[in-house]
Design a protein around this ligand. Structure first.
Ligand SMILES: [Zn+2]
Length: 148
């Protein structure tokens, strides 16, 4: 593996490709805010499925004022924030509970999905990277984070 194919470059590319996946979702779902953060492309299918499932819930049981204002990677896992408050367990609406379940399942899944390539991965704490505390990676991409 050359220097140019190191983890930092791969992660930058994964975020750029993730931004393209985000733009496609923004065009499809009005409740996705335009300032949602980017997520790495390894999770693109996972986030697309989550948004599709949320859209189905909203068709069946509309949730007035609903919007997702943050989707991002945080500490190696997917982080999703939405409005309105209150959220479960205070939110007794069917749609609110269902969306919370969908988000929780997606977060769990992100912690088992390589953020670079989408293959099975595990969450790892990173020592060699300056700006990242943790990442969920397959073995191949985890090996790239270890500096010689
Ligand atoms: Zn990978």
């Amino acid at each position: 593996m050359s220097e140019a194919a190191g983890y930092d470059d791969l992660y930058s590319r994964a975020r750029r490709e993730g931004a393209r996946a985000r733009d496609a979702l923004l065009a499809r779902h009005a409740w996705l805010q335009s300032d949602v953060h980017a997520w790495p492309v390894g999770w693109a299918a996972l986030v697309e499925r989550l948004c599709g499932d949320i859209a189905k819930v909203l068709v069946e049981t509309p949730l007035p004022g609903f919007r997702v204002d943050v989707i991002r990677e945080k500490f190696g896992g997917l982080n999703v924030q939405w409005l309105p408050w209150p959220r479960p367990p205070d939110d007794q609406s069917v749609a609110g509970r269902r969306i919370a379940e969908l988000v929780a399942a997606a977060v769990t899944q992100s912690l088992a999905t390589c953020e670079i390539c989408g293959r099975p991965g595990t969450e790892r704490w990173l020592e060699g990277l300056p700006d990242r505390e943790a990442a969920t990676l397959c073995d191949e991409h985890a090996a790239l984070t270890e500096r010689a």
